[in-house]
Design a binder for this molecule. Structure first.
Ligand code: TYM
Length: 344
């Protein structure tokens, strides 16, 4: 798709979201939450718990509210400050679903049919998948563009969805002759931790839905469980190499070195400078120490927040109000642009 001719010249804004579907893990922390915390100091940020996305697959109705609070608690425990960033639940701002409808009329079936995440999640029997699951990336585009967000911190698995958001924004601007109305949201993916792999199979990403709990480190794991999982992580028999070239075709070793580097805020080469030539018998305990040292304070604060559900609800309520104040005038403009009878 060709680049837009009239660039967006509104303010910069950061948006991202996490689904309330089960325990958060080290991949979510490094690929998303840790980046969110760093961004809140210098940008206007909105961080959402995307509960409408969570109902696109079979789910436990009774657990959804608790899971939503859990993600908000993880945001807060990771260091997001509700006085700096807007923290809210997607379902508290109806602008998301309204904009998703307009975008449904802009996005093309063929675009959505190419989405690999839909193919993975729908499995073999895609005829039985919900329409919501198919439409999931359109709602994601609406999440971002309801705030005219310009930057979206995510892990690498969201790259294709972000490309679709850009295509939708571009086509909307063209179809409705509204050049520069929506920005082309930029994914912020680069950096350590953008793709944390399973501890049991480094060809698969670390995932909430992996049936083996040993494949991931959960934010709810205690120090012993974290250490045990690292001890049992799959590796090869060779000692760690001295160079990145030698590390390149050793996926398990690369994953563990990457986790160490991401948590320490250094490069993979720095880790090799320290541990090159040493075996996993030395490196794994060092990695455990770094993981426990980095995640224990988060786990502790997470549990503290979970003990205060009313305080979490207060954060979400305030955040929802602030988010709606930004989204409502944008939706009002969109109604005008698409030619509806009533603009507000
Ligand atoms: P979700 O809930 O699956 O994951 C939340 C975030 O964690 C990142 N992530 C990872 N990063 C590194 N390594 C991994 N193994 C790993 N696993 C997950 C994801 O990339 C994501 O950043 N569709 C989104 C939620 C969403 C959204 C949005 C994101 C809905 N609307 C608008 C950004 C903007 C999702 O399912 O994330």
């Amino acid at each position: 798709m060709s680049e837009e001719t009239t660039p967006y010249n509104g303010p910069e804004r950061v948006f991202s979201g996490v689904q309330p579907t089960g325990n958060l893990h080290l991949g979510n922390y490094l690929g998303a939450l840790k980046k969110f915390v760093a961004l809140q100091h210098e940008h206007d940020c909105l961080f959402c718990v995307v509960d409408w996305h969570a109902i696109t697959m079979p789910y436990d109705i009774g657990a959804l509210k608790t899971n939503t609070r859990q993600i908000a608690a993880a945001y807060l425990a990771s260091g997001l400050d509700p006085n700096k960033a807007i923290i809210f639940a997607q379902s508290s701002v109806t602008a998301h679903v309204e904009l998703a409808w307009y975008f449904n009329c802009v996005a093309r079936m063929g675009w959505l049919e190419r989405m690999t995440q839909f193919k993975e999640k729908a499995g073999k029997d895609k005829e039985r998948a919900s329409v919501g699951l198919f439409d999931y990336p359109v709602l994601q585009a609406a999440d971002i563009l309801a705030y005219k967000a310009t930057h979206v911190p995510v892990g690498e698995d969201q790259k294709q969805h972000l490309e679709l958001s850009r295509d939708i924004a571009d086509k909307f601007n063209r179809d409705f002759d509204a050049p520069g109305f929506f920005p082309m949201p930029e994914p912020l993916i680069k950096g350590p931790g953008a793709r944390v792999m399973s501890l049991k199979d480094a060809s698969k990403k670390m995932s909430k839905s992996d049936p083996s709990d040993l494949s991931r480190i959960n934010l709810t794991d205690d120090a012993d469980a974290m250490a045990k999982k690292i001890k049992k992580a799959k590796t090869d028999p060779e000692p760690l190499p001295a160079t990145l070239e030698e590390l390149a075709d050793r996926p398990e070793a690369r994953n563990l070195v990457g986790i160490y580097a991401a948590l320490k805020g250094c490069g993979d080469q720095d880790v090799l400078n320290e541990y090159g030539g040493q075996g996993f018998g030395t490196f794994k305990p060092a990695l455990s120490e770094v993981v426990v040292e980095s995640l224990s304070p988060v786990t502790q604060k997470f549990n503290d927040w979970l003990a205060e559900p009313d305080a979490i609800d207060e954060v979400l309520r305030n955040g929802g109000e602030k988010a709606a104040e930004i989204a409502d005038p944008i939706i009002s403009d969109v109604r005008d642009i698409v030619g509806l009878w009533k603009s507000a």
